[in-house]
Design a protein around this ligand. Structure first.
Ligand SMILES: O=C[C@H](O)COP(=O)(O)O
Length: 247
C-alpha cells in the first residue's frame, strides 16, 4: 500500500516571533511539495503559524499536550487549546518529554487519546537508548513502548508513529540504513498485529534523529520509512524544504 510521505519539523524550544520569516519561506513552497508537510513550533508560536498557514497544505502542530481538557495543571496545555489555536496535530511521547518530565508509555497513550478528543492527529514517538541498542534490545524495547503508547483504536487518519533512536537525536549519528529498515519492518508488524490489517498498514511510520539535507534522500528511500520527524534541520526553511524535496 502506498502511504504518502510526511515530513514533520519539530522546533523544540526554539523560535521567537521573528522566526515567522522561516515559516513564510516554507509556505511559499508548500503547495508544490510531493509530500505532506507539518511544522510543530513552540506553543507560543502555534496561533500565529496556524493563522498564516491557514488554507495551505502545511499542517501546524503542537509539541506536547496534557491528558486532561481543563484543570489545575499549571504550565500545561490541553489538546483542546492547541486545536483552538489552529493546530491540527500534536507530538506526544517525544524522548525529551519522557526524559525531562518522566513521561511513561501509559501517560503517552492518554495524551494520544487526548489529541484525538480534540480532533488532532497524534504523532507518537518511540525509540531506544544507546545502551539498549548496544545490549541488542532495541527491537524489543521499541515494540514494548509502541504497544504501551499506542491506543488499540489508532487509525491511519488519527495517528502517526515516529521512530526516533534517542542516541541519534541531535547527535549527527544515525543507525545504518539496514538498521532503520529492520526497525521499521518490526514496527509495521507490531502495528498490524495491534491495530488489524487495514489500520496497521495505513498508519505512517516516520524516522527521526539527525535527518539533514545530505542524508534525507537515502533515509527516505529505505523500505518502510514513510517520512521524517526533523529537529534541528527544520529550523531553517531552506534545510526543511531540501529534506521535503528529497522525497
Ligand atoms: O523531533 C525531532 C527529533 O528529536 C530529531 O531531532 P534532530 O533532527 O535534531 O536530531
Amino acid at each position: 500500500m502506498a502511504r504518502r510521505k510526511l515530513i514533520a519539523g519539530n522546533w523544540k524550544m526554539n523560535g521567537l516571533r521573528a522566526a515567522v520569516a522561516e515559516l513564510d519561506d516554507v509556505l511559499d513552497d508548500a503547495a508544490g511539495a510531493a509530500c505532506d508537510l507539518m511544522l510543530c513550533p513552540p506553543a507560543t508560536l502555534v496561533p500565529v503559524f496556524a493563522s498564516r498557514a491557514a488554507g495551505s497544505p502545511l499542517v501546524i502542530g503542537g509539541q506536547d499536550c496534557h491528558a486532561r481538557a481543563t484543570g489545575a495543571h499549571t504550565g500545561d496545555i490541553a489538546a483542546e487549546m492547541l486545536a483552538d489555536a489552529g493546530a491540527k496535530a500534536v507530538i506526544v511521547g517525544h524522548s525529551e518529554r519522557r526524559a525531562d518530565h518522566g513521561e511513561n508509555d501509559a501517560l503517552v497513550r492518554e495524551k494520544a487519546e487526548a489529541a484525538w478528543r480534540a480532533r488532532l492527529t497524534a504523532v507518537i514517538c518511540v525509540g531506544e537508548t544507546e545502551a539498549e541498542r548496544d545490549a541488542g534490545r532495541a527491537l524489543e524495547v521499541v515494540a514494548r513502548s509502541l504497544a504501551g503508547s499506542t491506543p488499540d483504536t489508532a487509525t491511519a487518519e488519527t495517528t502517526v508513529i515516529a521512530y526516533e533512536p534517542v542516541w541519534a537525536i541531535g547527535s549527527g549519528r544515525t543507525p545504518t540504513l539496514d538498521e532503520i529498515a529492520e526497525m521499521h519492518a518490526h514496527i509495521r508488524a507490531a502495528l498490524r498485529e495491534h491495530l488489524g490489517e487495514i489500520q496497521g498498514i495505513g498508519v505512517r511510520v516516520l524516522y527521526g534523529g539527525s535527518v539533514k539535507p545530505d542524508n534525507a534522500a537515502e533515509i527516505l528511500a529505505v523500505r518502510g520509512v514513510d517520512g521524517a520527524l526533523v529537529g534541528g534541520a527544520s529550523l531553517k526553511a531552506r534545510d526543511f524544504l531540501a529534506i521535503a524535496g528529497a522525497v
